[in-house]
Design a protein around this ligand. Sequence first.
Ligand SMILES: Cc1ncc(COP(=O)(O)O)c(C=O)c1O
Length: 362
Amino acid sequence: MTAARSVAGSSYMHWAKTQSVSRFNLATSGLGNLSIRDLRVSLDDLELTYGGYGYEPLLQMIAERYRVDTKSIVTTAGTSFANHLAMAALFQPDEEILFEEPAYEPMLATARYLGADVKRFQRRFEDGFRVLPEEIEPCVTDRTRLIVITNLHNPSGVLTDQETLKQVGEIARRVGARVLVNEVYLETLFEASPQTSFHLGDHFVVTSSLTKAFGLSGLRSGWILAEPELARRMWLLNDVFSATQVHSGERLSVVALRQIDEIAARAKELMDRNRALLNAFLDTRDDLETVRPEFGTVMFPRLRSGETAESLCQLLREKYETTVVPGRFFERPRHFRIGIAGETKVLEAGLERLGQALDEIR
Ligand SMILES: Cc1ncc(COP(=O)(O)O)c(C=O)c1O
């Protein structure tokens, strides 16, 4: 039996769907979901059926936003399926890939499901969770097909700059590997024309979506950026996965992208306010240690006591109606992930409860 058959699903995704919802939800990492009314859609904007490899108006809008050719774009059901399709095209079962640790578990589970021989490189708390090329270099071998990074990093929210990514690209190129950068959180920098790592060279492949920064998770509007020949292979491979896209979704994505600057402006205002709140809270807690990123929707504190955060998360949930994500889902049980993209009032109340729970376990 191959490794591909040994993955039953994603433990994090199962937890998120069944246990993360609470009165004071600090577990989610994306902006609150917009409704279809927020998008000001008219029925005339929609249609049900479209064939071919990608809806041209949507490809055009993504192409303009990232300054890429439409031939380099593959549209997908969210970043999740972008990751799946990209990795399915980028390695064969039993081939070696190098994955960051800590990692976003569903993406790691996908790599394992696809049968990768997964090796890891470390992003350490002590190094501010930065990607250090000197950590990656000794982990790469002639067998390495792919290096996988999230930018911003999930769970820490830390940004990797273009210069560092370029160095990672050089390491990959030396052994004939590619670099897959999941840029879903890069959108929370709210740049009009995001600095995607796709432009660092043909060996870079990027995944992203409208999910996290814009409250548009329900659209499932994702994409892969890859050099044209590779993108073509991904489209062909998709013929055995989902064949065609949900066309009403493609149409809605075009409607959303037309309004994206407006949506982004509201989201940025919320994020700036909420980040200040969390930073002020963290200033008062000597029982937590936190790398504090400048951008993004999450932070990943750990307990200074050295204990795991399991009892804290349980107490929070059961007594204080508040959820954060236990660090065990990110291979770091001492940590927990706080999302700051929800309503400010909810964050405020949730942080107050977090403070009470921390005092109680002290
Ligand atoms: C790193 C990362 N990639 C992908 C996703 C899922 O994105 P989507 O909803 O676009 O599939 C998430 C959601 O938490 C994520 O954190």
